[in-house]
Design a protein around this ligand. Structure first.
Ligand SMILES: C[S@@+](CC[C@H](N)C(=O)[O-])C[C@H]1O[C@@H](n2cnc3c(N)ncnc32)[C@H](O)[C@@H]1O
Length: 320
């Protein structure tokens, strides 16, 4: 990912404008914690956030004007996580992992993140920053997790193969049995890069195995079934991934797709996994509506597409 240094010293990832959709989705879910659980909830549990693909912290897009948007610089997932925990009364830990295969860029990312976090003094003292590949950062992150309390995990890789299915499964399995509550599981927001998968899923056995966690035979059978009932490649991938996530949680994930107006295509899909009734209900009933309206305002096509999803029928209806 390319970056730019601003006059004030901030380093930002250079991102396409559609990235804002992802950040608004994350922000809206955090708002439930900040405003509902944190302020009006009778019981305010401790909350930790784990962002395993943090990058530099800030995002920059030069051509926002083209979309009637004057905001060129905004907070990426790491800073949104920090802001949420800064506002949330009972915040516990913020774990950020920022990795780049180039050691120079990796150390720059870590430095930039550290710098950007200075604006959140409350959570800064409870923040852990690491710069490990995902295969190592997962075990490091788990050391800081207390499964007795809620946690939100942000999994936002650049490519589907950078997030192996076993990582998702490992996080979901960090459960605790809470008296008078039941089983508590970590919550997750996953970005599945469907555009890359669409291009390679019927060619790369390795990708299917890594990102989706299926052996070739099992995958082919499921995939063909989906295509047979009329789903396209993208819908079939989302359906199968969503079903798989549903087996890890009591509830199906909340799904939304991110549309790129320049490419005129859906680039990735966001899955929110929570087995908390309140979180699930609040997001579906309130925030998703709010998100749709915002998308309607800024991203006309996407909003129509999301709205239509409810009447799509087939598998995805049950996942919504
Ligand atoms: C899409 S960006 C994350 C953007 C960030 N979540 C945000 O909202 O600002 C993906 C990040 O994952 C990093 N990355 C690439 N390969 C990785 C790996 N194997 N393990 C962990 N991170 C990796 C990339 O360098 C990049 O910083």
């Amino acid at each position: 990912m390319d970056c730019i240094e601003l006059n004030d010293g901030r380093i930002c990832d250079i991102v396409p404008w559609h990235t804002k959709q992802k950040h608004v989705f994350i922000e809206k879910y955090f708002e439930i914690w900040e405003n509902n659980v944190g302020r009006t909830g009778k019981f305010k549990p401790f909350l930790s956030i784990f962002d395993l693909y943090s990058s530099n912290g800030w995002c920059y897009c030069d051509d926002t004007d083209k979309y009637g948007d004057s905001e060129k610089i905004w907070q990426g997932s790491a800073l949104l996580s920090a802001e949420c925990l800064e506002k949330y009364e009972h915040s516990k830990k913020l774990f950020l992992n920022t990795y780049h295969e180039n050691p120079e860029k990796r150390s720059q990312q870590k430095k930039s993140l550290n710098q950007a976090l200075q604006r959140f003094p409350k959570i800064f003292n409870d923040t852990i920053i690491r710069d490990l590949p995902i295969s190592e950062s997962i075990d490091e992150a788990i050391k800081y997790l207390d499964p007795n309390w809620p946690s939100i995990w942000i999994l936002d890789p650049c490519a589907a193969s950078h997030l192996p299915w076993e990582i998702v499964e490992k996080i979901a399995n960090q459960q605790a049995i809470i008296p008078n509550f039941g089983i508590r599981k970590p919550e997750m927001i996953i970005n599945l890069m469907t555009s890359g998968l669409q291009r390679n899923v019927d060619r790369s056995e390795k990708m299917v195995k890594t990102a989706l966690g299926f052996n070739k035979d099992e995958w082919e059978e499921k995939f063909d079934q989906k295509l047979d009932v009329g789903l396209n490649y993208r819908e079939a991938i989302i359906d199968i991934y969503g079903e798989k996530l549903k087996t890890l949680y009591d509830r199906p994930p909340i799904i939304t797709e991110v549309y790129d107006t320049t490419q005129k295509a859906i680039v990735y899909c966001l899955f929110l996994c929570t087995d908390s009734k309140a979180g699930h209900y609040m997001f579906k009933v309130n925030k998703l509506q709010e998100f749709k309206n915002w998308v309607m305002y800024e991203w006309g096509n996407t909003a129509d597409m999301i709205a239509k999803r409810k009447s799509l029928g087939l598998g995805q209806k049950t996942l919504f």
